[in-house]
Design a protein around this ligand. Structure first.
Ligand code: S3P
Length: 189
């Protein structure tokens, strides 16, 4: 466990037990990390990013983990990291990797952590935002648009099923999106 994780864990009433965290889910390029940073600044809650936690734990980038260990091993690490978050004491913002809700056990764990917000994005926005990006192994190679559409079609219902709240992100600033989340979750800044 890294320093940041350590700082918010241990003893007392776990925030997760009260379901107080805010958990962001959604497709690659939806803006989970960026919106997470805005929420973190507005609420003075720490931001935890599961991909960053996995990279720190493995000492490798996500692409390297996929290449060396394979996707299933990555998914198992996601599940482990998620389980560790149940011990967080103070409320935090949790930004998750786009595939985190794929496992049923992860969906249940995400919902028990707190309010799950699905940042819904259109395929064209994903392709615009991720043009030139080489850090997403699932979108590597030719036919990115088709890959994004196929994955989004498959995952859309999974994200919806996981989330307590869905927010559309296309054409909106992170600040607007963060504002809507706080308003809809009835959280005062
Ligand atoms: C993935 C999304 C990525 C990262 C990994 C797999 C996915 O995170 O976890 O490349 O399956 O959608 P972002 O959603 O932060 O890009």
């Amino acid at each position: 466990m890294g320093e940041k994780e350590e700082a918010a864990v241990c003893g007392g009433t776990a925030a997760a037990q009260e379901g107080r965290h805010i958990v962001l889910v959604g497709f690659m390029g939806a803006g989970k990390s960026t919106v997470g940073r805005w929420l973190s600044r507005k609420l003075f809650w720490q931001l935890l990013d599961t991909d960053a936690m996995i990279e720190a734990r493995a000492g490798m980038t996500i692409s390297e983990i996929f290449a060396v260990r394979g996707e299933e091993a990555f998914r198992s690490t996601e599940t482990e990291v998620l389980a560790g978050l149940a011990r967080m004491r103070s409320p935090v913002i949790i930004s998750t990797g786009g595939g985190m809700p794929l496992r049923a056990e992860n969906r249940a764990a995400l919902r028990s952590l707190g309010r799950v917000v699905y940042l819904r994005v259109k395929p064209e926005t994903v392709c615009e935002r991720l043009a030139g990006d080489t850090t997403r192994p699932l979108l590597a190679g030719e036919g990115r648009r088709q890959k994004v559409e196929a994955l989004l079609t498959q995952r859309g219902p999974v994200y919806e099923e996981t989330a307590h709240l869905t927010v559309d992100v296309d054409g909106r600033t992170p600040e607007e999106i963060a504002g809507e989340i706080l308003e809809k979750l009835h959280i005062d800044r």
